[in-house]
Design a binder for this molecule. Structure first.
Ligand SMILES: *Cc1c(COP(=O)(O)O)cnc(C)c1O
Length: 389
């Protein structure tokens, strides 16, 4: 596939890929995520082309499979880590310490000290006490103050947990300087799975206002960290990474002018379509004789890898060998004995009427936020297995 064809394939539902071919031509005795790191690399290049001179720090938590980290490091990606073990993983897989940022705003002091010793020099904070920790355990480091942004239209908003209000930004920048830190910039996250680039507008407007205010107040801001939020295809059309990235880059130029350093932290957008899950139908049933819909129970559920079906926020695509036959609406559920283990109930899923126990089912675009969300043996069901091709 040439580069252009590859870009066009992203964002359509026709990503039937090496991974999907692998699933149909093999059998699996438990739910298995099949990963193709070359797709993450392709997405990395496309997004980098779109974003222009912004540096890309892959958000490791989206998919910490060592092969994904190696492939992205080999392609020139940098990394954003949230803990000591994510930093160790990146280092072991070829990342240079100077290319790793420690973006979690809630860090263990011992992890900060470890990062500092390892050569990591960029940290995020959204509170005075966190700045004090950084100053104590990583003196002189660069810090970004994370701003809480509102009105996110993301499918998986990060809500209010991270970031500080705009009235805290200037005092925190001043405090960072007083503590001997390099108060280099601002960071934010627009919300995960921000489906359309246009949804960045209100968020960038808020951040730009604070950015210009801080500069006017004498803070020498040089680094703008635009976080993640780059979308994946889950059934609703999304722009390709190159196009989406280019639109975000233009919005940044319009609002911020020439920022010396821009960085982005894509997670989902790089890895979601690098993985597909092989699963199995365990039971198809009706609860009442006249039910219009069926219940379809799979061997994978909320506790074994599909945590992002919480509130039905992320809507995965299902493929069976019976596609093309007449379909009907189904409630989809996982195998565990917890009544919360229902995947889709508000929005029913159309599946073939002939679907039966024992049928295989493939779940598309599961490369982000799946296998690390699997519980450790809840109900005795194995966590999601991972195979890298
Ligand atoms: C999770 C996270 C990201 C990645 O978000 P996506 O929506 O997957 O792109 C980026 N930055 C930070 C600080 C994060 O916590």
């Amino acid at each position: 596939m040439n580069a252009r064809a590859a870009r066009l394939a992203v964002g359509s539902d026709d990503s039937a890929s090496r991974g999907e071919a692998f699933i149909w031509s093999n059998s699996f005795d438990r739910p298995t995520l099949v990963l193709d790191p070359s797709i993450a690399v392709r997405n990395f290049h496309a997004l980098r082309e779109g974003l222009g001179r912004a540096r890309i720090h892959y958000a490791v938590k989206a998919n910490p499979a060592p092969e994904i980290i190696s492939a992205l490091a080999g392609a020139g990606s940098r990394f954003d880590a949230a803990s000591r073990s994510e930093i160790e993983l990146c280092l072991a897989r070829g990342a240079r310490p100077g290319d790793i940022s420690f973006g979690n705003t809630v860090k263990k002091p011992a992890d900060i000290a470890f990062a500092h010793r390892a050569g990591v020099s960029l940290f995020a904070a959204d509170a005075e006490a966190e700045l004090e920790k950084i100053a104590a355990h990583a003196p002189g480091s660069r810090v970004c103050i994370r701003l809480l942004v509102e009105a996110s239209e993301a499918d998986w908003p990060l809500a209010r947990k991270f970031g500080c209000g705009r009235d805290m930004v200037l005092p925190l920048l001043a405090r960072a300087r007083a503590l001997g830190l390099d108060a280099a910039g601002l960071s934010f996250h627009v919300g995960s799975q921000t489906r359309r680039a246009a949804m960045w507008v209100p968020v960038l407007d808020q951040v730009a206002e604070v950015w210009h205010q801080a500069r006017a107040a004498g803070h020498d801001l040089r680094l703008l960290n635009i976080g993640g939020g780059f979308p994946a295809f889950y059934g609703e059309r999304v722009e390709s990474p190159a196009r989406y990235g280019a639109r975000v880059a233009k919005m940044l130029r319009d609002r911020f002018g020439e920022v010396p350093e821009i960085m982005a932290e894509p997670g989902r957008g790089l890895v979601a379509d690098a993985g597909a899950i092989a699963a199995e139908v365990l039971l198809v049933s009706r609860k009442f004789a006249r039910d219009m819909h069926r219940w379809v129970y799979l061997d994978i559920g909320k506790f074994s890898g599909l945590a992002e079906t919480m509130d039905e926020a992320i809507r995965y695509q299902f493929v069976t060998r019976r596609d093309g036959e007449p379909t009907g609406p189904c409630i989809l559920a996982g195998p565990s004995c917890d009544s919360a283990d229902v995947l889709y109930e508000k929005h029913l899923v159309q599946l073939p009427l002939s679907l039966a126990a024992g049928d295989r089912i493939l779940i598309r675009n599961c490369g982000a936020y799946t296998f690390t969300y699997a519980s450790v043996g809840f109900n005795g069901f194995p966590p999601l297995d991972v195979v890298v091709i």
